[in-house]
Design a protein around this ligand. Structure first.
Ligand code: E4P
Length: 218
């Protein structure tokens, strides 16, 4: 399973990259706004900086909702760096845009996915990634991890190459659950990724090993 970090914060991206397990980054307009990145040039430069920090794919989202605008924006984003993946919402014009980008060999991430039907259209259009938002489904008493499982099963059945990118991860257990149902990628905040390391028996065991060593070796 690939690990992406879901942030536009450069320090957190560097920390995850230094861990040696990072496969990519996802951003969205809200995450860019959270870092105070505004203005077309600043936004583009920020994407380029992220691409220089990490080795893998970096999702950059279009703002347009019409086909012409999405194509113009998406092509400009893709021209910034070979690692850029054009993030497109799963609306009618978005599906057309994904098909267009896919035919041109450009990578896409179909975002704001909340149903198997939307994921089916994303795969038919040739999306590189599909992003079901599991936390936002959990927020409305719907099982987000179950949706990941259903999409993985459907893609496997038909042999679709689109990678299931579990998004809107809220906590560490979401990552574990997505791994258990076969998500290809999980994009998560840094604290959820670091949470995977936590176990009191690891801490206690290490403390005892070090204490025993120092008893004899000073
Ligand atoms: C990732 O691609 C999404 O933009 C992100 O995971 C959304 O997460 P949220 O529901 O916590 O805003």
């Amino acid at each position: 399973m690939k690990f992406f970090i879901d942030t536009a914060n450069l320090d957190q991206i560097k920390e995850a990259q230094d861990l040696g397990i990072l496969d990519g980054v996802t951003t969205n307009p809200s995450l860019m706004a959270k870092e105070g990145i505004k203005g077309e040039e600043n936004i583009k430069n920020h994407y380029k900086t992220i691409c220089e920090i990490v080795d893998g794919d970096v999702s950059a989202e279009v703002i347009s909702t019409d086909l012409e605008g999405m194509i113009k924006e998406g092509e400009a984003l893709a021209a910034l760096h070979p690692q850029i993946t054009i993030k497109v919402p799963v609306i009618k014009e978005g599906i057309k845009a994904i098909k267009y980008f896919s035919d041109k060999g450009l990578k896409t991430n179909c975002t704001l996915v909340f149903s198997v039907g939307q994921a089916l259209l994303a795969a038919k259009a040739g999306a590189t990634y599909v992003s079901p938002f599991i936390g936002r489904l959990d927020d409305i008493s719907t099982d987000g991890v179950e949706l990941i499982s259903q999409i993985v099963e459907m893609y496997n059945y038909y042999g679709y190459k689109t990678q299931v990118l579990a998004a809107s991860i809220r906590h560490t257990q979401h990552i574990v659950q997505c791994a258990e149902v076969g998500a290809d990628v999980v994009t998560a905040p840094l604290n959820a990724i670091l949470g995977l390391l936590k176990h009191p028996l690891t801490d206690n065991g290490l403390e005892k090993f070090l204490a025993d060593y120092h008893k004899l070796n000073g």
